[in-house]
Design a protein around this ligand. Structure first.
Ligand code: FNR
Length: 380
């Protein structure tokens, strides 16, 4: 029926260590909960007889999509379902919505490009020495990725205590607990662990060679973190990438300004789904201030806690041009593979369309503050 149902199905199918990686946040998970709470606290104004010809299609960077929600970048999608990245990319293509592939994906950017003919973006982590990002940027360009999202909120990993308690860090290492948990979740064990190929960081294989073990690839991702990354490095990447560049992880209006100054075409207001700085504010609570100070022409996206079509409407009413989906399609993938992702996207589109009719708005770009009631109280 809804995304929360898919989450429940995902929890039933996945071993605890895998579900917690997908579902969890940093430390006390206050930011994770705040993202949802702030959306729930926003009220929409019902308007009668506003016309029923809703068209959700939306243009972003000159490309028309069927809806203003896009698949955001998430790493390790192969631990929920074999070839998880491919299933999500194919579902997005069929639904006509945008798709972003993570640096930490399990399917290489070249394979996605060969197998799914649809517009797609690449997300870059600012890891390692400049030649690391340069190599990924050049590959993304050759493989036809149209926009680059540079994620800057993860120079160190958040303290994700669920993962730490399970001993999970970028890969599943065999332990008695994991084996037992796997046996208790035989559908996952059969498909992901015993069935297909084990998930690997395929984008990174070229740096270590095809023969690198999973443990070596996981060590590589950890060793590549570069907490000294600076705005000058962003300017360097801006010069290397000729297409639209978005900076992801912005919560503070001043950082939005610095991102634009460094040459970004757009920003993603994000706290990484509550997985990095616990204590960071909910993304919708800072959105309006950031929207107010961004000039026309800059693209403003948001993510964090989007679980209902009405959440997309609320974010757009506060000034976003679109939203990225993180966990919502992943719950679908983990619950039922490709079919589950299709279902998640269909649920969100259906809910969004109903909401638009009930608030009397036919086009997402016409959404504005007038569609929200009591916004001052909710955001104070
Ligand atoms: C993420 N996120 C993320 N972001 C990114 O830039 N690169 C990545 O590889 C990942 N990986 C990742 C894995 C998992 C399992 C999750 C849940 C999230 C963050 C993601 O892009 C997005 O910012 C949040 O997920 C949005 O919040 P919701 O929609 O999950 O609440």
């Amino acid at each position: 029926m809804n995304i929360d149902d898919l989450r429940r199905l995902a929890r039933a199918r996945l071993p605890r260590v895998v579900f917690d990686y997908l579902d969890g946040g940093a430390e006390d998970e206050t930011t994770l909960r705040a993202n949802r709470q702030a959306l729930d606290d926003l009220r929409l104004t019902p308007r009668l007889l506003g016309g029923g010809h809703v068209d959700l299609s939306t243009e972003i960077f000159g490309q028309r999509y069927a809806a203003p929600f896009l698949i955001g970048p998430t790493g390790l999608n192969g631990i929920y379902w074999p070839d998880g990245d491919l299933h999500i990319a194919a579902a997005a293509a069929e639904a006509g919505i945008g798709f972003t592939l993570s640096t930490a994906s399990n399917t290489s950017m070249e394979t996605i490009a060969e197998r799914v003919a649809a517009p797609r973006w690449f997300q870059l982590y600012p890891w390692g020495k400049p030649d690391f990002s340069q190599a990924l940027i050049e590959r993304a360009e050759v493989a036809g990725y149209s926009a680059l999202i540079l994620t800057l909120d993860s120079l160190v990993g958040g303290k994700r205590e669920r993962d730490l308690r399970h001993g999970f860090s970028h890969e599943i290492r065999m332990s008695a607990q994991v084996v037992l948990d796997g046996l208790l979740h035989p559908r996952w064990l059969a498909s992901v662990w015993l069935g297909g190929k084990r998930p690997r960081f395929e984008n990174l294989e070229r740096f270590l060679g095809k023969g690198a073990s999973n443990a070596e690839l996981a060590d590589f991702t950890r060793s590549q973190r570069n907490p000294q990354f600076s705005w000058d490095d962003v300017r360097r990447i801006r010069k290397q990438w000729s297409g639209p560049l978005l900076i992801k992880g912005i919560i503070c209006p001043e950082d939005a300004r610095l991102a634009r100054q460094a040459g970004a075409d757009g920003i993603v207001v994000s706290n990484h789904g509550g997985r990095q700085l616990d204590g960071a504010p909910a993304t919708v609570s800072v959105l309006e201030r950031i929207a107010d100070q961004l000039e026309d022409g800059a693209t403003l996206l948001l993510d964090g806690g989007i679980r209902r079509g009405s959440d997309v409407v609320k974010a757009m009413a506060l000034g976003a041009h679109g939203v990225l989906l993180g966990r919502a399609p992943l719950y679908g993938l983990a619950a039922g593979g490709r079919e589950g992702v299709d279902r998640a996207l269909a649920i969100l589109a259906d809910e969004m369309e109903r909401t638009m009719i009930l608030i009397g708005c036919e086009r997402p770009r016409e959404l504005g503050r007038q569609h929200l009631a009591g916004v001052e109280r909710a955001l104070s």
